[in-house]
Design a protein around this ligand. Structure first.
Ligand code: 13P
Ligand code: SF4
Length: 349
């Protein structure tokens, strides 16, 4: 069996041999052992933009999760092959909205609201959901452009259906001034709208999905921290619940969190509410600041973590052996509709 050093040497050698024919994007939640070999790192928006720009790589080995690799495939050209080093690297949030549920929801919501709804989907969704949204005039959003995109959508139509993350949807709508009373939650299992007040006043219909990693940050974590270390700054990802974001000092995408920590004063202290691989990297790269996870019992995102060094090597060796493993190929018809939704975002992002 190979030692870690052997694997690292082989990965480097293959990277050298393939040169610009190979491109390895890495999401900020990836393990350090993989990020070390990525050509670029970024948040979801940046990685989508970079995939759309790269026209020279034949192979894009995507270190991230399945929906990101699908997006990269949709945004690249015919001859470019996107590879996901481990097919088990899915996203539990993206799995919370399947296309059949979405189409049934759409029919029911149209019965209630007629043609007054525009669908928007967080990029953390399947290509089929993006295609549905694209076909119906809507767009994708990421956590770094959600405010612009929700504002844009509400200029087009009276109300929006926001898939699949209720928390990002609620946090974003709240930030642009929409009161919580004008939001309701669509439950895809009960197939009903959960809301107390008047239906005609609803502006934002939130799909009942969430990120199981970010739901682990609680108001109890914040209360404990405020009591023990009142000087600490609290910064969280907008996939956290509304109450958690409301009690925090700052909220934003992974790139926003990195920028904030990097430009913070030496000696300042920070509790971060996001995925553990990123928190660990920020701790390692910012020894002049005190940094902890907002939840001391935090686990990494299990599916992001599936991409490890042996899987990266496996993917790279499969290219050289001309027996590519795990190519991600979105069906043409789906890709053609999904790109409409992605482009409406990329034009504005
Ligand atoms: P961003 O990098 O866009 O903030 O996304 C976070 C995330 O959960 C990706 O799965
Ligand atoms: Fe999905 Fe959450 Fe993991 Fe991101 S952190 S990939 S949203 S489960």
């Amino acid at each position: 069996t190979m030692t870690v050093e052997d694997i690292e040497k082989t990965v480097l050698a293959i990277k050298r041999r393939l040169g610009n024919r190979l491109y390895i994007p890495g999401h900020h939640y990836q393990r350090e052992e993989v990020i070390r070999f990525s050509d670029v790192t970024g948040d979801s928006l940046q990685l989508a933009q970079l995939s759309a720009q790269n026209r020279e790589a034949d192979y894009i080995v995507f270190c991230g999760v399945h929906f990101m690799a699908e997006t990269a495939d949709i945004l690249t050209e015919e001859g470019q092959t996107v590879i996901l080093p481990d097919m088990r690297a899915g996203c539990s949030m993206a799995d919370m909205a399947d296309i059949d549920q979405t189409e049934r929801a759409w029919t029911k919501l149209q019965e209630l609201f007629g043609d007054s709804i525009l669908p928007l989907t967080y990029v953390n969704s399947t290509a089929a959901i993006k295609a549905f949204v694209g076909k119906n005039g809507g767009a994708t959003v990421t956590s770094s452009n959600a405010q612009e995109m929700v504002s844009w959508a509400l200029e087009q139509k009276e109300r929006i259906l926001f898939l699949p993350d209720q928390h990002l949807g609620r946090n974003t709508a709240f930030d642009i001034g929409i009161p919580l009373e004008e939001m309701a939650v669509w439950d895809p299992h009960k197939e009903e709208l959960i809301h107390e007040g008047e239906r005609k006043d609803l502006k934002v219909l939130l799909w009942k999905g969430h990120c199981s990693v970010h739901e682990n940050f609680t108001t109890a974590n914040i209360e404990a921290l405020r009591k023990e270390q009142p000087a600490m700054n609290i910064i969280v990802h907008p996939e956290c619940r509304r109450e958690v974001v409301a009690m925090s000092d700052y909220a934003g995408s992974t790139s926003y969190i990195i920028d904030m920590i990097e430009k913070a004063q030496a000696g300042s202290s920070w509790a971060i509410g996001t995925e553990m691989n990123l928190v660990k990297r920020l701790i390692a790269n910012n020894p002049d600041k005190q940094i902890i996870s907002l939840n001391p019992n935090m686990c990494p995102c299990l599916t992001m973590n599936r991409i490890d060094l042996p899987h990266l090597l496996w993917a790279l060796e499969s290219i050289e052996a001309d027996q590519i493993i795990n190519p991600i190929k979105v069906e043409k018809k789906i890709a053609a509709d999904a790109i409409l939704a992605l482009n409406r975002m990329l034009e504005r992002a």
